[in-house]
Write a protein that binds this ligand. Structure first.
Ligand SMILES: NC(=O)c1ccc[n+]([C@@H]2O[C@H](COP(=O)([O-])OP(=O)(O)OC[C@H]3O[C@@H](n4cnc5c(N)ncnc54)[C@H](O)[C@@H]3O)[C@@H](O)[C@H]2O)c1
Ligand SMILES: [Zn+2]
Length: 254
């Protein structure tokens, strides 16, 4: 395992250049430098006393949909106001330059897309892909006032059945969307190199993708300022943030 900052930039860039297929797996840390808080980082907000694990569930919605919806509107507002950073842009540039880069994200924001990337799989869904909690109908109506700081906002009503309109994310305890999971596992199995950026490796089954890639012969590189549950199984560990490491990687690759 290689942890020297200078050596690692050129070592990883060489791996990228040599790899026929690269898979990039991103987590909440990818968006942290755009100002979108992670679940496990420190955060200073009116929501800091709420535990995401208790809000991001179907049971929480059934118990108090207005509380859950207000929390999601707060998260949607942060994402709408955030901009992609140099790391998002570096990944988009890498995909234009390299013959095969797949991007698999656990993030529910759209910062990769807004930086110019094509996302192969949003394994945990997308904040803005709204649908009815009861009948599943996709909702593309108005979102209402985003600026309210209210701690309870009733969700919009489904035009078909009157059920509450929920965010298009995968809640704890829910199955991952089949098409996204199939695309993610396919990319993991086929890649020669996996870059794992900004994920704690605690949320399964997504946290199993690096091990899957490795079992199929890929080299795994972790980019994260902190040690994680995945560090031990990485071939290289790059202790840097996404906005530092990814532009550095792009600069060092051919
Ligand atoms: N932006 C988003 O879409 C968003 C935000 C919060 C949570 N989530 C959801 O919450 C779940 C949490 O799992 P997770 O593993 O993605 O995140 P996590 O919150 O569990 O862990 C975040 C990881 O990012 C690392 N990190 C922090 N700042 C970083 C930086 N600047 N550069 C690189 N790494 C950095 C941390 O050390 C940590 O390991 C995911 O399922 C995700 O869908 C998404
Ligand atoms: Zn409905």
């Amino acid at each position: 395992m290689d942890t020297m900052p200078d050596a690692i930039a050129s070592a990883v860039a060489r791996r990228v250049d040599e790899a026929g297929r690269v898979c990039v797996l991103t987590g909440a840390g990818m968006s942290a430098e755009s100002g979108v808080p992670t679940f496990r980082g420190t955060q200073d907000s009116l929501w800091s006393r709420f535990d995401p694990m208790r809000l991001a569930t179907a049971d929480a919605w059934r118990a108090d949909a207005s509380l859950v919806w207000a929390w999601y509107r707060w998260r949607m507002r942060i994402v709408r106001q955030a901009q992609p950073h140099a790391g998002h842009r570096a990944l988009a540039a890498l995909a234009r330059r390299h013959p095969c880069v797949s991007l698999v994200t656990q993030n529910v924001d759209d910062l990769h897309e807004r930086a110019g990337s094509t996302v192969n799989a949003h394994v945990h869904g997308s904040l803005f892909a709204l649908r009815c909690f009861d009948c599943g109908l996709a909702y593309d109506g108005p979102l209402g006032d985003f600026l309210s700081d209210a701690q309870r906002v009733p969700p919009m009503a489904c035009p078909a059945c009157g059920g509450g309109i929920r965010p298009g994310v995968v809640w704890f305890g829910e199955a991952l969307p089949d098409d996204a999971w199939d695309a993610a596992t396919d990319a993991a199995r086929r890649c020669d190199l996996m870059l794992v950026v900004g994920t704690s490796g605690l949320v399964h089954p997504a946290a199993g993708l690096p091990a899957l890639a490795r079992r199929h012969g890929a080299t795994v590189v972790e980019i994260n300022p902190e040690p994680t549950a995945l560090s031990g199984e990485a071939d290289h560990v790059w202790r840097a943030t996404a906005a530092e490491a990814l532009p550095g990687l792009l600069a060092a690759s051919a």
